[in-house]
Ligand binder design. Structure first.
Ligand code: SAH
Length: 349
């Protein structure tokens, strides 16, 4: 379905056939610089504004907008035209503003500890649906007198399973909104064909790989797609990405108590990085609770120990601040369609 943020600049040029040439710039900068709705692009004639609004509806209908207690995290739950639901998270830090966007409704990767993985796959998002999440967040950031500069594809879905639309949105964010590729991060479970595709793409975005385990046996369990794309092949693809782009590579590691937070896990991870000569940055995050997974996150003390062990082993690692837990907006907790009221009324299996 074509929505307001679907057309490329060229496609808009076609839509505006018969209009004076400068209209294209007015529409484009109205949408992407002013971040305005067509009705509010005031330098355009009313008839054209009405035509655009009628022909190009927006794609996100707000169901919930929750703000964290400290006011720095905003979670949006959106309904799409077909009734599927996705979430977006805006994070306002003292030094930067980041939006975490969804790339699919649901996810087919079935990682057991992730709420989206537990819910299963519904469908791919379109370029328009992805870009609109960023536009809305950028508009909200502006209302807070801040500028949105960072986009992470770490919301619902597996971006590399929807590479074409994700890439279409990356190009739009870069070309129209003016976001730097250095400030765009694509996170993947490790779909090697997707990583290879990114190597061919022009813009050098950051790559984040959700590793969580440094041996195939454990990773097969935590991230089932590892059975198809095992660690050694994945590390080679990462290494090729680094060589091609010179961009920051990071590994995500959700610390699960007693599962992947042992000293041996840290040693395996350090060994893996050394073996493939990967100067990766490891992002540690204690597992956030989700309804369908019994295991819990590592304690604060254990997270700190694991961190310092990695550092001692020569691995560049940081503990990620855990934002938005109070509004279920933390990593892995995005699971639209699971509102508390629904769960409370669902019959027991
Ligand atoms: N599918 C992509 C992007 C979405 S998830 C990917 O897997 O990379 C973004 C990150 O949140 C991933 O690193 C994912 O493993 C992590 N995550 C998922 N569930 C989590 C949970 N319950 N607690 C902490 N991190 C989680």
């Amino acid at each position: 379905m074509t929505t307001l943020y679907t057309p490329t600049r060229e496609e808009f040029a076609e839509l505006l056939t018969g209009e004076p040439r400068y209209r294209l710039d007015q529409v484009w900068s109205g949408l992407y610089t002013q971040l305005a709705a067509p009705a509010d692009i005031s330098n355009m004639p009313k008839a054209l504004r009405e035509r655009l609004a009628a022909e190009l509806p927006t794609s996100l209908t707000q169901v919930v907008r929750k703000v964290s207690d400290d006011g720095d995290t905003v979670k949006y739950l959106w309904e799409l035209h077909d009734g599927s639901r996705i979430e977006t998270v805006l994070m306002v830090y003292p030094d930067r503003v980041t939006v975490c966007v969804s790339s699919q409704a649901g996810c087919a990767m079935a990682c057991g500890f992730c709420a989206t993985g537990q819910a299963g796959f519904t469908r791919h998002l379109t370029v328009g649906e992805i870009v609109e999440q960023v536009v809305v967040a950028a508009r909200d950031a502006r209302a807070m007198d801040r500028r949105l500069a960072n986009v992470v594809f770490m919301g619902m879905g597996e971006p590399m399973a929807n590479e074409a639309a994700v890439w279409g949105s990356v190009e739009r964010l870069h070309g129209a909104i003016g976001l730097s590729a250095r400030h765009i991060t694509i996170s993947t479970v490790g779909l090697i064909p997707g990583i290879r595709k990114l190597i061919e793409r022009q813009l050098p975005v950051n790559l984040a790989v959700s590793l969580h385990a440094a041996n195939d046996e454990l990773r097969d369990e935590l991230v089932p797609i590892n059975k198809r794309y095992p660690l050694s092949a994945l590390m080679e693809a990462c290494s090729d990405y680094l060589a091609a782009k010179g961009r920051r590579l990071s590994f995500e590691w959700a610390l699960i108590r007693g599962v992947n937070d042992r000293d041996s896990d840290a040693r395996e991870l350090a060994h893996l990085c050394r073996r493939f000569d990967l100067p990766a940055h490891v992002n540690l995050i204690p597992l956030n609770p989700t309804p369908g997974y019994p295991t819990v996150g590592s304690s604060k003390a254990r997270v700190a120990e694991f961190h310092s062990l990695l550092v001692d082993l020569g691995v560049n690692a940081t503990v990620r601040r855990n934002r938005g837990t109070d509004i279920d907006a933390a990593c892995g907790q995005l699971a639209a369609g699971q509102p508390v009221t629904l769960r409370a009324t669902r019959p027991q299996a």
